[in-house]
Design a protein around this ligand. Structure first.
Ligand code: ZN
Ligand code: ZN
Length: 316
């Protein structure tokens, strides 16, 4: 069966987030959807997968509701569900930055085409910033981008402060991008708060850029927060820029450390991860709770196991 992976967000007033959670759950259950959707009073951030045949029905449902009129739905094909469960939740913040951000101050949108044109003729006063976390930019990023070494979404506000001290905020023009665009909505407003006058954000993020413009100016692949983990941004994008942490051979395959107390994401080739039994280090392999490792060609992010899965592992 063919599936579609969908991603979209909207910033709009949601009067009753609990009711909206219920509505999303109902429609997605009826269409065999699996998802990770967060809803707050200020909007909706949605990533989901659906059987391809049900996708049109879901998009029609979105289009009929004024809440979603600004939603730009990005679509990809995938041979199976990209999410294990249907998770729709109320959240205080759509992006965890721990602060109130004035969205009216957000940066100017560039369409993928405008973004590409700007990169074709980038001047010395323009800086390109990848605002994603380090494990995301490690496997792919725009050529020449500054890669702040962020470990979580919460790290950006501090980085913005630091950046404002190191460059001339009046002269420096900023081009910023993230996976699907939602982080830039907030982070661009933060940069303007720090005194930057000219801030551009890539509308729809790298996902939309890959769909509309292909892989030009892009190096490597794209990290995504679902079971696919690392995907090409366009059909001809197969470049690998990252390395196995053990042997240094090229690899952009992520594993969660099989040591349950670590669970850290790491890049490995198939041979090394096999030898380490799924662990990120010899230390993790030798101490603590290590779950059984199955070497799959396309490993999935590790999730808490269901009771049944736990039973089946302990009985083998
Ligand atoms: Zn290796
Ligand atoms: Zn580990």
């Amino acid at each position: 069966m063919q599936y579609k992976v969908l991603a979209y967000y909207v910033f709009t007033e949601i009067k009753d987030p609990v009711a909206e959670v219920k509505r999303q759950k109902e429609i997605l259950e009826s269409l065999d959807g699996k998802a990770r959707i967060y809803i707050s009073e200020e909007g909706v951030n949605a990533q989901l997968s659906l059987p391809a045949v049900n996708t049109e029905a879901y998009i029609t449902w979105l289009n009929e509701d004024p809440i979603y009129k600004e939603a730009e739905v990005k679509l990809h094909d995938w041979p199976e569900h990209a999410f294990a469960k249907l998770t729709v939740k109320v959240r205080k913040e759509l992006v965890a930055v721990d602060r109130k951000i004035d969205l009216s101050k957000r940066g100017e949108y560039l369409s993928p085409q405008q973004w590409k044109e700007k990169l074709d003729h980038k001047d010395n006063e323009t800086i390109l910033i990848d605002v994603r976390n380090n494990y995301e930019s490690d496997v792919g990023h725009f050529e020449g981008a500054i890669l702040p070494d962020l470990e979580t979404f919460r790290g950006f506000p501090e980085y913005a402060k630091h950046l404002a001290k190191t460059v001339d905020t009046k002269k420096t023009k900023v081009m910023m991008y993230c996976t699907g665009g939602i982080r830039c909505e907030l982070y661009s407003a933060l940069l303007k708060d720090e005194g930057f006058d000219t801030v551009y954000q890539l509308k729809g993020g790298v996902i939309q850029y890959g769909l509309k413009e292909g892989k030009e100016h892009w190096k490597g692949k794209l990290f995504v927060f679902d079971d696919r983990m690392v995907v090409p941004i366009s059909p001809d994008n197969q470049e690998i820029i990252s390395k196995c942490k053990f042997c240094g051979n090229e690899s952009d395959t992520y594993y969660n450390c099989a040591n349950m107390d670590c669970n850290e994401l790491f890049l490995s080739c198939s041979a090394c991860v096999e030898e380490k039994k799924g662990c990120c280090s010899d230390n993790c392999l030798s101490i603590g709770r290590v779950r059984a490792f199955v070497n799959r060609e396309k490993p999935k992010p590790f999730r808490k196991l269901t009771k049944d899965e736990k039973l089946s592992i302990s009985s083998t």
